[in-house]
Design a protein around this ligand. Structure first.
Ligand code: UDP
Length: 457
């Protein structure tokens, strides 16, 4: 072992699932690890490297192939094809990468890998390297999948709901992750989320992007079945404990942002808590009829709003002339720097799909939510936001699965006005303080990260 090898605590290789909602949480976690004296290398795909050339001040970046070097996910036929290609090309190129590092001055001591990629653990074990499975989504959601994977909950759910799972609130079918109650929907994704548990018993660590107080009971339940450590929320330090220098943004944007100065300038002209921020994550694909209802709901609620709408949706899905006619009240952008927006004091409510990152970002900034879940874990996140954390409301669709304008207007008013609005805001602020405490020195996530590092070779 040479001197340089001794200069850091351990070398961690991090392998994320290459999508917007998965890359940043793991990269943020790496930044924390580096701030505590480890070395970290973050592995992106050749396609992401070539197209976006991400950089980080403190974390090294390296590449593997996902078998789709020219177009990333869009090069594959579907998700099943993408996962297959990634496993084949990823295994080969990850092994090459490991061999290169093992011969260098910086051999790998541990591989942190996204739970969506269980094959990475097999590669780690082949080279006798420790493996840490990283769950990007809520612990509650993971535990539901754990139950299904182990046959503790059989599908389709036959006993009348609510479903009882230790540590979770009683769940109606529509509170479960959508793959469970919309029978046969997205089979490849369903397999993907269940496969997270296919070999997890071989992992040396299970890391979850949540914090103890947020999901206390389910964390206690799941800790009984695996070596679980809560390490989140993985929001840049600037927005929480401010201990990491220059950690004030996500480093990987797989979409091109509108100039953030013009968004922030616009927000700065608005009174505190007067703006509804509307954004449905990176994969949003709402039907035209739903986009129209949102438009009319926003119009009749009559608050200022900032709405992230892709170019392709503007012409095709918004009511004719809506953007023009909303000039006084609305700002439409293609993609925002969401953290900057949510931390702006003008924002009073986040109208969201309830993706896990969006949800943890809102609660880390103390912003109450209106959630319109679409699929996957968003339905369960919405349940937690409304009934457990009491920091938002969930819209209800009608019989045709469309959320009508009156419902949207009513939910926005509930969050933006009156006593209920104040209560939701107070609760959101409480969660913000608890999120800060978790990652601050001596907080639960901070201690867990130390524990993780202390157990590395
Ligand atoms: N995001 C952003 N700008 C936008 C919309 C989304 O920066 O205009 C970011 C957001 O901050 C979050 C991620 O994209 O980190 C979306 O992740 P989430 O889990 O909420 O949803 P998904 O994209 O996985 O559906």
């Amino acid at each position: 072992m040479n001197n340089e090898r001794k200069a850091y605590r351990a070398h961690i290789l991090a392998v994320p699932y290459p999508s917007q909602g998965h890359v940043n949480p793991m990269l943020q976690f790496c930044k924390r690890l580096v701030s505590k004296g480890t070395r970290a290398t973050f592995v992106i795909t050749n396609f992401i490297s070539k197209s976006f050339n991400p950089k980080s001040d403190t974390v090294s970046i390296d590449n593997i192939s996902d078998g789709c070097d020219e177009g990333g996910f869009t090069q594959a036929i579907d998700v099943a094809d993408y996962l297959k290609r990634m496993e084949i090309a990823g295994t080969k190129t990850l092994e090459e990468l490991i061999k290169t590092y093992q011969k260098s001055d910086h051999p790998i001591d541990c591989i942190v890998y996204d739970a969506f990629l269980p094959w990475v653990l097999e590669v780690a074990k082949k080279y006798d390297i420790k493996g840490a499975c990283f769950f990007t989504q809520a612990c509650s959601v993971n535990y539901v999948y754990y139950y299904v994977h182990h046959g503790l909950l059989t599908l389709p759910v036959s006993t009348p709901p609510p479903v009882e799972i230790p540590g979770l609130p009683p769940l109606d079918l529509s509170d479960m992750p959508s793959f469970i109650y919309v029978h046969g929907s997205y089979p490849a994704y369903f397999e993907l989320v269940l496969n997270q548990f296919s070999n997890v018993e071989k992992a040396d660590f299970v890391l979850v992007n949540t914090f103890y107080k947020l999901e206390e009971k389910v964390v206690d339940s799941m800790t009984k079945v695996c070596p679980l450590l809560t390490i989140g929320p993985t929001i840049p330090s600037f927005y929480l404990d401010k201990r990491l220098e220059n950690d004030n943004k996500y480093d990987i944007d797989l979409f091109h942002s509108d100039p953030s100065t013009s968004i922030i300038n616009w927000l700065n002209t608005k009174p505190p808590q007067s703006v509804v921020y509307v954004a449905f994550g990176s994969m949003d694909n709402l039907p035209k009829s739903q986009m129209e209802e949102i438009s009319w709901g926003l119009k009749s609620a009559n608050f200022h709003f900032l709405w992230v709408v892709r170019d392709s949706d503007r012409e095709k899905k918004l009511p004719k002339d809506f953007i023009q006619e909303s000039r006084e009240k609305g700002l439409f952008v293609h993609w925002s720097r969401q953290l900057e927006v949510l931390s702006n004091k003008a924002v009073g409510c986040f109208f969201s799909h309830g993706g896990w990152n969006s949800t943890t970002e809102a609660l880390s900034m103390g912003v109450p939510m209106v959630i319109m879940p679409q699929w996957t874990d968003q339905t369960t996140d919405a349940k937690l936001v409304q009934d457990v954390w009491c920091m938002g409301v969930r819209v209800r669709p009608d019989r045709d699965s469309i959320v009508r304008r009156e419902e949207i207007e009513g939910c926005i008013r509930e969050v933006m006005e009156g006593e209920k609005g104040k209560e939701l805001k107070n609760n959101a602020t409480k969660w913000r303080d608890l999120a800060k405490a978790a990652v601050s020195e001596g907080g639960t996530s901070d201690i867990n990260i130390d524990t993780f590092i202390s157990q590395l070779p």
